[in-house]
Ligand binder design. Structure first.
Ligand code: PLP
Length: 383
């Protein structure tokens, strides 16, 4: 099998596994316990917090550990919305129409069950949100703004620093989902002007089931998971010590090796994009041609079903992905492709190819060698 789905998940780096191992059985204490076992575990969690804070350029107490990127997004949205309502009577939530479900479904629930007003920002043909569009829609009653840093489905990067500056100027909390972005780009929360930023370890060669939320000091947030006072009272529950240690090491490596990883990925990505657009008729790139994740290539093929394509690819030994809606057998184009304005005949035939730090040029060439024929077969099925 050739794995080309690194935006879905990545294998755990052996250096990360090594860092985690002692915390399963040797230093297994509860970080909240007073005795030496607890102290060892607590020291590991606090060391990890410092490592993440250093990589994000923030203070350690501004890092909250969670169970995944989705939970970080949930805490940011729900926590900021509830606090804004209580403190400022603010009810307006402003998000982009190309957010990951972790943001969009949370915002939708806040609107449907809790009476918040949900407004969607306009996007351009590449899925970019303009700072001007945010400025035009901000109100004193805006509780929270959320704009995705790097889009998981189409790879497009957003002007987060500019949007953040506008929100900062008006005193409105600004969240970005950087679950994809932080895996590939240098993430400095001061430069990005964000108040809240979500990451998830399994996108950067860390374990699944652990994430973090950056919470700028002074940002009002209510916990959405209540109980003990762990994580500065923002996220109750005994911390997952080995996974937190693993995430910190994985994030340190991702930031330290960012330059080489990016250069490696970008060459492969550009080869994939160039060859597919040249060799396969009725194909378009989805997302921005240059302002995109360095490892991310995404396409729409006219008159083809993305599900069939993934099946054929799987049989031939390639793991890729399509619009998230196709994954569930739902024959509708994904919300993101629909928001981009793609018609059904284009939107159903999406493909996402994402490379990793260990993907080789020969793996990419093998894939590109067989793809045109597989597309032809998938299109035949569509007739
Ligand atoms: C942009 C984005 N946000 C959030 C998530 C959810 O992260 P997790 O799988 O850690 O819950 C993902 C995962 O695919 C993602 O790509």
């Amino acid at each position: 099998m050739i794995y080309l789905d690194y935006a879905a998940s990545t294998p755990v780096d052996p250096r990360v596994t090594e860092a985690m191992l002692p915390y399963f059985d040797q230093f297994f204490g509860n970080p909240s316990s007073t005795h030496i076992f607890g102290q060892q575990a607590e020291a590991a969690v606090e060391n990890a917090r410092e490592m993440i804070a250093q990589a994000l350029n923030c203070q350690p107490h501004e890092v909250v550990f969670t169970s995944c990127g989705s939970e970080s997004d949930n805490l940011a949205l729900r926590g900021a919305a509830w606090a804004a309502r209580q403190e400022r009577n603010a009810d307006h939530i402003l998000i982009s129409p190309v957010e990951h479900d972790a943001v969009s479904h949370t915002a939708r629930q806040l609107a449907d069950l809790f009476g918040f007003e949900l407004e969607f920002l306009p996007i351009d043909e590449y899925g970019i949100i303009s700072p001007e569009a945010v400025a035009e829609r901000l109100r004193p009653g805006t509780a929270i703004v959320s704009v995705i840093h790097a889009n998981n489905e189409i790879g497009t990067l957003n002007p987060i620093a500019e949007i953040g500056a506008i929100c900062r100027d008006k005193g409105i909390p600004f969240h970005t989902d950087s679950v994809q972005g932080a895996a590939h780009l240098p993430v400095d929360v001061q430069e990005l002007n964000v108040d809240l930023l979500a990451i998830g370890a399994h996108k950067f060669y860390g374990p699944k089931g652990v994430g973090a939320l950056y919470v700028r000091e002074g940002t009002s947030l209510h916990p959405s998971q209540t109980g003990g006072s762990q994580e500065l009272g923002l996220r109750a529950g005994t911390q997952n010590v080995p996974y937190i240690v693993g995430m910190a090491e994985a994030f340190r490596l991702a930031q330290a090796e960012h330059g080489t990883r990016q250069a490696h990925a970008q060459i492969l990505r550009d080869r994939i994009i160039g060859t597919i657009l040249e060799e396969i008729p009725d194909t378009q790139l989805t997302g921005h041609p240059s302002e995109r994740l360095p490892n991310h290539a995404s396409f729409a093929f006219k008159d083809m079903d993305g599900n069939s394509l993934l099946m054929f690819l799987d049989i031939e030994g390639f793991a890729c992905s399509s619009g998230s809606a196709c994954k569930t057998g739902n024959p509708e184009p994904s919300d993101v492709l629909t928001a981009l304005g793609l018609s059904r005949e284009w939107g159903l035939g999406s493909l996402r190819v994402t490379v990793g730090k260990d993907t080789t040029p020969s793996e990419v060439d093998t894939f590109l060698g067989v793809l045109p024929d597989i597309i032809t077969r998938a299109r035949r099925l569509n007739i």
